[in-house]
Ligand binder design. Structure first.
Ligand SMILES: *Cc1c(COP(=O)(O)O)cnc(C)c1O
Length: 400
């Protein structure tokens, strides 16, 4: 039983902006307007009997901040409401969210079916660490639905996908994958980091579990590392069981930062989308640019699906310059506004050369298969003036 200041009936009527500002609110007797940060590791009981009741679960309430914390609880309530899930579990990072999901829902002998275009560390988690505990993974081309179907084994328990993908913005049909997953008694996990619930709600499209790296757009200003999992009461109870026992818990301070980030989520995402669209269109017109990957462009193969499945096309784009590594590096090194860093989901625009950074671990063959060419540049478009971003790229492009 979770307490909030609003009853379920009222919350059910709210739109996304109201949920982002209000959901989960529990005002204390102090009457504070902004949510308080409960920096306490443990909680005090009124009597020995009350302590016993808390510990054995007869009475709801806080015991210890590895289990529950009021600030973290508000964040969990709010992100669950935004994603349209029963419940959420906050974690120390996005990777902790993925790890906790696997540890809670899988056992030795189980099999994960994973899109080839997922965050690099996610594939390392699956192939290097989950494999040590007897959980195997098969990677498939995300848009090859026949490959998903034919890779299913009796041991397959989880489908794992990111859409749009990084860095080429491939758009995967969540509904279609969810039907396939359900037919084979598997759960579909969607990493919704790139879209956030402001642009895409995977649970409504049939996914069972949504993962977030809150580090990215949920914070939105590059301050804290955190993550969360959203889904059914049953699955979240299992995952919370893992988190409270094994400890990849979100701190109260980070939960508070993410709460403040959520309040402006939709406004920021719309601004990211508008800036990315303008930059993608401008890049398409530059003679030094070979190709632009952004689902907001009508020529992108995922354009129609993204228009149906998402509320906006997102803030991340990539493009190929004419030439190779030397030309790509020239463009990157000529920027003075954009930050040369692999992070994304920040008010500050970031630029990176995937082939030698985020995807540098891949073999040459894997890079070719994933479309990570030497002339590819990825930009996570921030909230600066779009003209300044264009000027920043023009400096390098004109020098080619
Ligand atoms: C960053 C990221 C993660 C990992 O999140 P951390 O908070 O860095 O642990 C997972 N998935 C995607 C898509 C990401 O961009």
């Amino acid at each position: 039983m979770v307490m909030t200041d609003f009853d379920d009936e009222l919350i059910a009527q709210w739109g996304i902006d109201t949920l982002a500002v209000r959901a989960g609110q529990v005002r204390t007797h102090e009457g504070e307007h902004s949510e308080p940060i409960f920096t306490t590791s443990s909680y005090v009981f009124d009597s020995a009997a009350a302590a016993a009741a808390r510990f054995n679960g007869d009475e709801p309430g806080n015991v210890y901040s590895r289990y529950t914390n009021p600030t973290v609880e508000v964040f969990q309530q709010r992100i669950a409401a935004l994603e349209g899930g029963d419940a959420a579990v906050a974690t120390a990072s996005g990777m902790a969210a993925i790890l906790s999901t696997c540890m809670a829902l899988l056992k030795a002998g189980d099999h994960i079916l994973c899109s080839r275009s997922v965050f690099g560390t996610t594939s390392v988690l699956f192939t290097k660490f989950m494999a040590k505990f007897g959980v195997t993974t098969t990677f498939v081309q995300p848009l090859d639905y026949a490959a998903w179907a034919s890779a299913i084994t009796p041991e397959t328990k989880l489908f794992f996908v990111e859409t749009p993908s990084n860095p080429l913005c491939d758009v995967v049909d969540i509904q279609r994958l969810s039907v396939l997953a359900k037919t084979h008694d598997c759960k579909l996990v969607v990493d919704n980091c790139f879209c956030t619930p402001a642009l895409q709600k995977p649970l409504g499209l049939g996914a069972d579990i949504v993962i977030h790296s809150a580090t990215k757009y949920l914070d939105g200003q590059g301050r804290c590392v955190g993550g969360c999992v959203v889904g059914s009461k049953e699955d979240m109870a299992e995952i919370l069981g893992f988190v409270r026992t094994c400890g990849p818990t979100m701190s109260a301070f980070n939960a508070w930062v993410f709460l403040k980030g959520l309040e402006t989520l939709r406004l920021r995402m719309d601004a990211h989308c508008a800036n990315a669209q303008a930059l993608a269109e401008w890049l398409s017109d530059q003679p030094q640019v070979e190709w632009v990957f952004y689902a907001g462009l009508p020529e992108h193969p995922g354009h129609d699906l993204a228009a149906k499945q998402q509320r906006g096309f997102g803030g991340v784009l990539s493009f190929r310059v004419n030439g190779g590594r030397e030309e790509a590096w020239k463009v990157i090194d000529a920027t003075r506004v954009m930050s040369l860093t692999a992070n994304l989901g920040d008010a500050k625009t970031t630029i990176v050369h995937p082939a030698t950074t985020t995807h540098g671990r891949l073999s040459p063959g894997e890079k070719t298969a994933a479309g990570i060419t030497e002339n590819l540049i990825r930009i996570a478009v921030g909230l600066e003036d779009k003209q300044d971003l264009m000027d920043d790229l023009a400096r390098g492009l004109l020098a080619l």
